[in-house]
Design a protein around this ligand. Structure first.
Ligand code: FMN
Length: 168
């Protein structure tokens, strides 16, 4: 089982997690775990992890992520492959678009994770984001915007999953 860990305040990231499970093309099943019921062992026992992160409050972590953050920062990600997906609102919060996904990416990378599933910035309109790769032509994971581009979501999820599942 590959754990898919997510936090969600208004339900968008939870719904996308279910969509990812529905569209998952791999043979190893996904295990959806809400971050508020996660224990570190859920990740520590896995070699691959999918993580879903919405951004809240002008570039901050979502509240459930905030609560477990210090404990999450203790997890050793050496030898683990991690695929991230982030939710945000590029028009309403374009100066902080998907920042929390960038914070999680930085944290797991510092702890030794190999990130998979970069996603091109084409097709998005925003000012600034902490979720960009160093050369700024890609996000560190799948970028989703249920507030202004929900019509793109299913197609983006399907294309991203085909890209990441062989790497997980
Ligand atoms: C008060 C508020 C603050 C937000 N702040 C940001 C932000 O800083 N950056 C961003 O990209 N999206 C921001 N968003 C958009 C949310 O990330 C987006 O609605 C997301 O789909 C919520 O996911 P959830 O329902 O799983 O919590 C904000 C939304 C609200 C209502």
């Amino acid at each position: 089982m590959i754990p898919l860990i997510y936090g969600s305040t208004t339900g968008n990231t939870e719904r996308i997690s279910q969509l990812i499970a529905e569209c998952w093309p791999g043979n190893t099943p996904l295990n959806l775990i809400s971050i508020d019921s996660m224990v570190n062992a859920d990740i520590e026992h896995a070699s691959s992890v999918i993580i879903g992160v919405p951004t809240w409050n002008f570039g901050e972590l979502q509240e459930d992520w905030e609560e477990i953050w210090s404990s999450f920062c203790e997890i050793d990600f050496c030898g683990k492959r991690v695929a991230l997906f982030g939710l945000g609102d590029q028009l309403g919060y374009g100066d902080w678009f998907l920042d929390a996904m960038g914070m999680v990416a930085t944290q797991v990378s510092q702890k030794g994770a190999t990130l998979v599933g970069e996603w091109p910035v084409e097709g998005y309109d925003f000012e600034s984001s902490k979720a960009l790769t160093p050369c700024k032509n890609a996000f560190v994971g799948l970028a989703l915007d249920e507030d202004t581009q929900s019509f793109e979501t299913r197609d983006r999820v399907e294309r991203w999953l085909n890209l990441v599942y062989p790497q997980l």
